[in-house]
Design a protein around this ligand. Structure first.
Ligand SMILES: *Cc1c(COP(=O)(O)O)cnc(C)c1O
Length: 418
């Protein structure tokens, strides 16, 4: 067996390449000819399967240590397919801080079709056990519900967005299994390079491959990997019948992106760490969310079976400083949603990625109006830090102009900027 970094590059050949081409072929064909009417070919119709997609699906299944992989037209198409294995009356316990599009898909689509979603603080294992068991339950807005049958699944993200809280896959999966529920993990922010959730006990892994796996802001794609054959059959049914499949050319984009995942992720993490350390001591920054700058980061990695914290971080500016001015003056960071690509992006969660969340809900999970998220790319860290520095200077100049009547230096010494 080859090692992970070698597997990234080579994948598992589908066995269809007779030309010596070093890359797997892209088959631009929606249909495949039968040799005769009673001889069903291996591939017949591209929605059901095709060799280009098969290569990618085997590649991700190998990297995530699962038995079967599935490629979808987007991360949300993947999540839709996974959730469609449940039936009206089923309950799913959901981590409190999940991707906004997932939150909306659950609460505005599946909930209206009879599946119940219950939020829980996945760091509180007792509350999680209560919720999964059906003993003590609350709705998303905190209303109590009566006891009922155990949940069918626990759904959560490993690193939460944009506050970078770490969810412990092993412990959460263990609680789920206690009640015969499956553990479904969105591993988008982490990737199999930093953690393989199936090895830690999870049952299903989901990726928005749009992010780190494809890695170049070129495609929307979603991937799913399962351990169990029955769950796999349900997801294949959804892939083939709902039909949200990833086309061959995009399968190739993701395949190619995966080849350089380790190299990109190493640089993104090193850059994120350098930026977080810079921001931590900057006088205009109130707080930095990146587990790599916490005193206990080595312990957090070990306890969670993680190899790193990825390339996303967030920070709050001090009160009175306008984060919009910081963002509008960035020159290398582009002002955009998404993450995980080679270029650095910055955004204001309250106005961009998390605007769908009701304000009270948003503030409850810690996404304030001052919070800025950075998705760090592979550029030179010194350029990225200089870019942030000059944008923060502009925000400070604007602050001084609007507070001209105040003695700013007196405020500094009295701790306003602490
Ligand atoms: C982007 C994202 C999704 C949705 O993926 P799309 O490819 O945009 O459909 C789901 N989960 C997480 C954590 C994401 O960041």
């Amino acid at each position: 067996m080859t090692r992970f970094n070698t597997q990234l590059v080579h994948g598992l050949p589908v066995g269809d390449n007779n030309t010596g081409a070093v890359n797997p072929p892209i088959y631009n064909s929606s249909t495949y000819a039968y040799e005769s009417v009673d001889k069903m070919p291996r591939w017949d119709y591209a929605r059901s399967g095709n060799p280009t997609r098969d290569f990618l699906e085997r590649q991700i299944a190998q990297l995530e240590h699962g038995t079967r992989g599935f490629a979808f037209a987007s991360g949300l198409a993947a999540i839709h397919a996974v959730l469609s294995i449940f039936k009206p009356g089923d309950r799913v316990v959901v981590g409190k801080n999940i991707y906004g599009g997932t939150y909306s898909l659950f609460n505005e689509y599946f909930a209206e079709r009879g599946i119940t979603f219950e939020p829980v603080d996945t760091a509180d294992y007792e509350a999680l056990d209560d919720a999964v068991s059906g003993r003590a339950r609350v709705t998303f807005d905190g209303r109590p519900l009566e006891a009922c049958a155990p949940a069918k699944a626990v759904y959560f993200e490993v690193l939460t967005n944009p506050l970078l809280q770490v969810n412990n896959v092993a412990r959460i999966s263990e609680v789920a299994h206690r009640h015969d529920a499956i553990a479904i993990v969105d591993n988008t922010f982490v990737t199999p390079y930093l953690q393989q959730p199936l090895d830690l006990g999870a049952d299903v892994v989901i990726h928005s491959a749009t992010k780190y796996l494809a890695g170049h802001s070129e495609v929307n794609a979603g991937l799913v990997v399962v351990k169990d054959e029955t769950v796999g059959r349900g997801i294949y049914f959804a892939q083939n019948r709902l039909g949200g499949v990833l086309p061959p050319a995009e399968c190739n984009d993701v395949r190619r992106g995966i080849q350089t995942l380790a190299l990109r992720m190493d640089r993104q993490q090193a850059n994120a760490q350098a930026i977080a350390e810079y921001l931590l001591v900057h006088p205009l920054i109130k707080s930095v969310n990146y587990p790599g700058v916490r005193g206990d980061s080595a312990r957090v990695l070990k306890e969670n079976g993680l190899k790193g914290f990825g390339g996303v971080l967030s920070f709050e500016v001090v009160p009175g400083v306008d984060p919009g001015i910081v963002l509008d003056n960035l020159k290398i960071f582009r002002l955009a949603v998404s993450l995980g690509a080679v270029e650095s992006l910055a955004e204001l969660p309250c106005r961009m990625t998390h605007f769908e969340l009701p304000k009270a809900e948003r503030l409850k999970v810690g996404i304030t109006d001052e919070l800025v998220r950075l998705a760090v790319g592979i550029e030179d860290a010194a350029d990225l830090i200089e870019d942030l520095g000059q944008a923060l200077d502009k925000a400070y100049e604007a602050y001084l102009q609007t507070h001209a009547e105040l003695d700013v230096f007196a405020q500094v010494s009295s701790g306003v900027f602490a």
